[in-house]
Structure formats: C-alpha cells, structure tokens
Design a protein around this ligand. Structure first.
Ligand SMILES: *[C@@H]1O[C@H](CO)[C@@H](O)[C@H](O)[C@H]1NC(C)=O
Ligand SMILES: *[C@@H]1O[C@H](CO)[C@@H](O)[C@H](O)[C@H]1NC(C)=O
Length: 350
C-alpha cells in the first residue's frame, strides 16, 4: 500500500513542476462594466481574449482584444467601458424627487406636495439606451368647483379667473349685504381634498334694549333694540366708581358684551386717631366728608410695643368695605385728649 501512495505523490509533484515552469498568463483583471466569454484560470502565450461591455455600458475606445505574451503578461488594455447615464431630470414643481444617481438601472421616485396630484409614473428608471423609461411626471393642483356663496352675501375672488374650476389654494373673501352680519369664516379656500371651506352665513343681528345698572345710569335713554356693533355707555351715581368697561357693544351673537358695575365708597369707621390718606396725615375728626372711593387706600397707625415706635398699615376700600387693620388700637376718650402725642401716629416711626 505504502509504495503506491509514494508513487502517486511523486507523479503529482512532477506534474506541478512542469506547469509552474511553463510561462503563461493568469486570468486578466477586468475593469468595471467589462465582460468576456469563458474566462480561464490560466492562459498560454499567444492566447487571445475578446472583451466586450456589459449591458448598460458603452464602448468607449480601443481594441477589444488582449493577448498573452511570452513574458507572461497581457498586452496593454486600451479598451474601456463607460456606464450609460440618463439625462439629468428637471426640478419638480410642488413635489419631491428621490434619486441616488442617473446611471443605467437607477430610479427616480416622485411624490407631490399636499394639494397636488401626480400626473404620470411615480417611479421611472434609467434604461440601457440612456433614456428614462417614462416621461417625467408633473404635480398638478387639485381642482375644486366654484366656491359656495352664502345667501345674501358674495364671494370676492383673490384673482380674476374664468371657467368652472378653481385650484388648490385659491381663495375668496366673503362679504354680506348691509346690514347683515357675517357669521363664520370671512375667508374661503379650495382645500387639498377638492372641497371648499365652509362658507359663512349672513344674518341679521340685533341685541335687546339695553338694561341699566344698580347705582348707575346709561348715557343713552334709547330703550330700543340695537344693531350689531352699536354701543351704549354707562356712568355711576355720585360716590360710586365704575368698574369694568365704560361701554358695552352689541355682539354677533345678539348678546351685549359684559356690563360694568358701580362700586360704593367707604367710610373710615374709627372715632379717634389719625389716618394717612392721599399722602396726608389727617385727624379723623377733620376728615370730612368721611368718604373713601372704591379702590382707594387708607393707612392706619399701629404700635410696635417692643421697639416703642409707630408704623402705618394700609387698607383698601372695596365696594363699601374698608377693613381696619387688626393691629390698630383705638385710644380711649381720655388718653386721646390728654396723651395724643403718645399715639403711634405721633411718636417716632419704626
Ligand atoms: C423608490 O421607492 C422604492 C419603493 O418604495 C424604494 O425601494 C427605493 O429605494 C426608492 N428609490 C430611491 C432612489 O429613493
Ligand atoms: C360650467 O358648468 C356648467 C354646468 O356644469 C356648464 O353648462 C358650462 O358649460 C360650464 N362652463 C364652462 C366655462 O366650463
């Protein structure tokens, strides 16, 4: 068994040496896009290989043949294949293009923006002959019919146009005949779904006769219905302050806007002491008339027992109520007369 195996190995070695010593060429290295029929692993001197271009590539230049020389090298490759490209596509209005390149077999994907529909193929391919498979598509605006028009109103077109259709984005402004009031959208538009926005309504609006307010009056005594946007003014009786808007307006809803109120003034309910009012210190018996308007401030004097000093605490009149600060102590009748100079309002201030 052993001698047979040794003989076999010897034979193989001899064969290998014979091949290696023989000059020849290895498989030629082809560049991109090149093709040849039946590539071998090894070529003998004098062997010729015919080259061609793959589909999607075009013959650029030179001889198609290379020959294996005696030195074991191929003759210089003068042949070139260049890839086929399609024309650069034009920009798409109102849409987007997706593409990697424009060579053979590449594709362009097309999509349209909202309100536009694609006319043509959504994908086109670059063919081997350098033409696109289909014409470049377009994005055409969605069509709407004519805008709806409210009864007793009209639609004013943004642009002059003729025909029966409008395009996406086309707008109108609605108007109502006088004295009707437009309720709803003043502007209308052709939408991306081919429909118009909801038109407004033209309505007659009136508000009921305005009512008076407690402790106040209306500057008009017109107890009648009022039309849209008509106004009525209010005022307050003496010693009352108006809070809220000076006038009310008849709204689209047929209601009046919110009415103001009249807020009462306050009196300072202490018998003895001194107050600070409008920047002046006043003895209460000299405070005449004893009246503080709504929202006005009055300060009372309190005593800091620890430091033996006085300090002012303010209070605001809110609709007839003026709270006296808790720290305020009203002096007794006798001390008020005899020791008024020791009151918190008269001593050193904290
Ligand atoms: C085009 O769309 C297809 C399918 O959605 C996708 O596979 C392809 O990658 C797209 N091509 C480009 C260039 O974006
Ligand atoms: C508009 O539409 C009406 C009815 O749909 C049709 O009779 C008329 O001819 C159209 N006009 C135009 C300019 O297309």
């Amino acid at each position: 068994m052993a001698p047979t195996l040794a003989l076999l190995l010897l034979c193989q070695l001899a064969l290998y040496t014979a091949v290696a010593s023989k000059k020849g060429c290895d498989r030629p290295i082809l560049s991109d896009g090149m093709n040849t029929e039946g590539l071998q692993r090894f070529y003998s001197p004098g062997d010729m290989v015919a080259l061609s271009c793959k589909i999607g590539y075009t013959t650029f230049t030179g001889s198609r043949h290379i020959v294996c020389t005696a030195s074991g090298e191929w003759t210089k490759l003068r042949f070139k294949c260049s890839s086929i490209s399609c024309s650069l596509p034009e920009a798409l209005d109102h849409g987007d293009m997706e593409l990697m390149d424009i060579q053979y077999q590449s594709a362009i994907n097309y999509t349209c923006h909202e309100g536009y529909t694609l006319q043509g193929a959504s994908t086109i391919k670059c063919l081997a002959d350098g033409e696109w498979s289909e014409p470049h598509p377009k994005c055409l605006p969605v069509n709407c019919g004519l805008p709806p028009i409210p009864k007793l109103g009209k639609a004013v077109y943004d642009r002059v146009f003729t025909g029966n259709t409008t395009v996406f984005g086309f707008g109108v402004t609605y108007q109502c005949l006088n004295p009707l009031v437009l309720i709803g959208n003043e502007r209308g538009m052709c939408l991306s779904n081919g429909k118009w926005t909801e038109p407004p309504e033209c309505k007659f609006v009136s508000c009921p006769a305005p009512k008076g307010i407690p402790n106040g009056y209306m500057t008009t005594d017109a107890k009648r219905e009022h039309g849209y946007k008509e106004t009525v003014r209010y005022g307050c009786n003496l010693d009352y302050v108006l809070e809220g808007p000076l006038e009310i307006e008849c709204l689209k809803t047929g209601d009046w806007s919110e009415k103001p109120t009249c807020q009462a003034s306050c009196s300072v309910d202490i018998k003895r002491g001194r107050i600070l009012y409008r920047g002046k210190k006043i003895w209460i018996e000299n405070f005449t008339p004893n009246k503080v308007s709504h929202k006005e401030l009055v300060s009372f004097y309190c005593m800091n027992e620890e430091k033996k000093c006085g300090y002012a605490v303010s209070s605001q009149c809110i609709d007839a109520t003026l709270k006296i600060p808790e720290c305020f102590e009203e002096p007794g009748k006798w001390s008020y007369l005899a020791y008024s100079s020791y009151l918190p309002s008269e001593i050193k201030q904290c």
